[in-house]
Write a protein that binds this ligand. Structure first.
Ligand SMILES: Cc1cc2nc3c(=O)[nH]c(=O)nc-3n(C[C@H](O)[C@H](O)[C@H](O)COP(=O)(O)OP(=O)(O)OC[C@H]3O[C@@H](n4cnc5c(N)ncnc54)[C@H](O)[C@@H]3O)c2cc1C
Length: 396
């Protein structure tokens, strides 16, 4: 892979003033796809990021992410995921890189869980391929799992795993090759009221634009402390990559799907020989995305190892080969925030990915570009007004 758009990166140019239709601040998955769709609509866009596209501190900086269409009865996100999947595939073709692995996603249900049938109903309505699998069949098809209280599952054969960081970086590189200006500097928190004409960067650059999109993920509460300080909750999340025994092929492609277990544990197959990835989807403690140390404590490792061995006996003694600490940028209930700033009319807020946002990047970008250009009907669930100040998760 080539270096990320090195030719296009601009650092500080004091006193320089540039004019754009739209400035997008934040080159994670939300900001990058928003920039992409705005440019496709013919707009002059500048993209700015403090640390670089899909950097190690960003929520989009992880190795891989699950793309699934099943969202229980929540049709909105099933539609968004399905719409996004085709755009992820298109991106992979355009940049000539394997960004999506169609390994399938297995949603496992505990005994007596009626929600799988409801989920299957939504997938059927939307024409999304899926299979209901009984416990006996699961044991035959996926013998690497110890099922325990799992007695059925939904399998989405056409969903799977996205190479996350690389996808975002290649999308930005693709835009840079067709003239996007990318500025590697932090934008200072704005103080405008009513309307905003410029933002300033820490290095002294002034960027002038007709509209501004702040797609700052877990940094949104820092950029807009008054509006979002108590509406976006960044939480520390740990991810573990374990090494399967040499020659063991059941934990990598094509045998191993992405999977989600009833106890909130989930995982992805060993991709590109980086290890078998496993994590707990429960929210961790609050985190500062700038300054947090990203080391895994021994206690966390011991706890996850126990759960790994209980679900996958062959991985009981597997060594930890890599780990990551990332963060979710949760809204109160898990719905995205994709809306105008409440008091600055030409400022747009994009965030609240809440641990499930990555897959939706293309549809989020399309939606937000449409809102900014006035062609998209607002979805009430993405509004600023709907964002609560007390965490109570309902979207998974
Ligand atoms: C461990 C983990 C596992 C996950 N698993 C999945 C999954 O399997 N499937 C899924 O769909 N989703 C998943 N997610 C969620 C998904 O990754 C996030 O919702 C998504 O990446 C958020 O993207 P974003 O663009 O909003 O934020 P980010 O990727 O954090 O991007 C924000 C960007 O803004 C920049 N920025 C911030 N402030 C400024 C400033 N003042 N000036 C300039 N730049 C600034 C930052 O440098 C950063 O690059 C997971 C998340 C984590 C942490």
């Amino acid at each position: 892979m080539k270096g990320l758009a090195t030719a296009s990166i601009t650092t500080s140019a004091p006193a320089q003033r540039s004019n754009y239709d739209i400035a997008v601040i934040g080159a994670g998955v939300f900001g990058s796809w928003t920039a992409h769709h705005l440019r496709r609509a013919g707009k002059r866009v500048i993209l700015v990021d403090s640390y670089g596209a899909a950097n190690s501190r960003a929520s989009s900086g992880g190795e891989s992410r699950v793309i699934r269409c099943a969202y229980g009865l929540d049709e909105l996100y099933s539609r968004f995921a399905h719409r996004s999947l085709s755009q992820w595939k298109d991106l992979g073709r355009r940049v000539n890189s394997t960004l999506f692995h169609p390994v399938g996603v297995l949603h496992m249900g505990a005994r007596g869980d009626k929600s799988l049938a409801a989920t299957a109903g939504v997938l059927a309505k939307l024409g999304i391929p899926h299979q209901m699998i009984s416990q006996a069949e699961l044991m035959k098809r996926f013998p690497q799992f110890l099922l325990g209280d799992v007695d059925q599952a939904i399998f989405e054969p056409e969903s799977g795993a996205l190479m996350a960081r690389r996808s975002v970086q290649l999308l930005v590189e693709e835009m840079a090759q067709s003239g996007l200006e990318f500025v590697l500097e932090p934008v200072l928190p704005p103080s405008a009221k009513g309307r905003m004409d410029i933002v300033k960067t820490a290095g002294g650059r002034t960027i002038s634009a007709g509209a501004f999109v702040f797609a700052c993920g877990p940094w949104l509460p820092k950029v807009f402390p008054v509006e979002l300080g108590n509406r976006i909750f960044p939480t520390r999340q740990e991810m573990f990559f374990f090494g399967a025994p040499a020659g063991e092929r059941r934990f990598t492609l094509p045998a191993m799907p992405c999977w989600i277990a009833p106890d909130n544990l989930y995982g992805l197959p060993d991709l590109e020989n980086r290890g078998f990835k496993i994590a707990d989807d429960d929210h961790g403690p609050p985190i500062d995305p700038d300054s947090a140390d990203r080391l895994i404590p021994k206690e966390s490792l011991a706890a996850i190892r126990k759960r790994l061995g209980a679900r996958f006996p062959a991985m009981k003694n597997a060594p930890l080969v890599e780990s990551r600490v990332c963060q979710y940028e949760n809204s109160a209930n898990g719905d995205f925030l994709l809306d105008q700033h409440p008091s600055i009319s030409n400022v747009w807020l994009a965030g609240g990915g809440s641990g499930h946002g990555f897959k939706h990047g293309p549809a989020v970008g399309e939606y937000l570009a449409g809102r900014i250009l006035g062609t998209q009907t607002p979805e009430p669930r993405f509004s600023f007004a709907s964002k609560g100040t007390v965490q109570k998760r309902t979207v998974y």
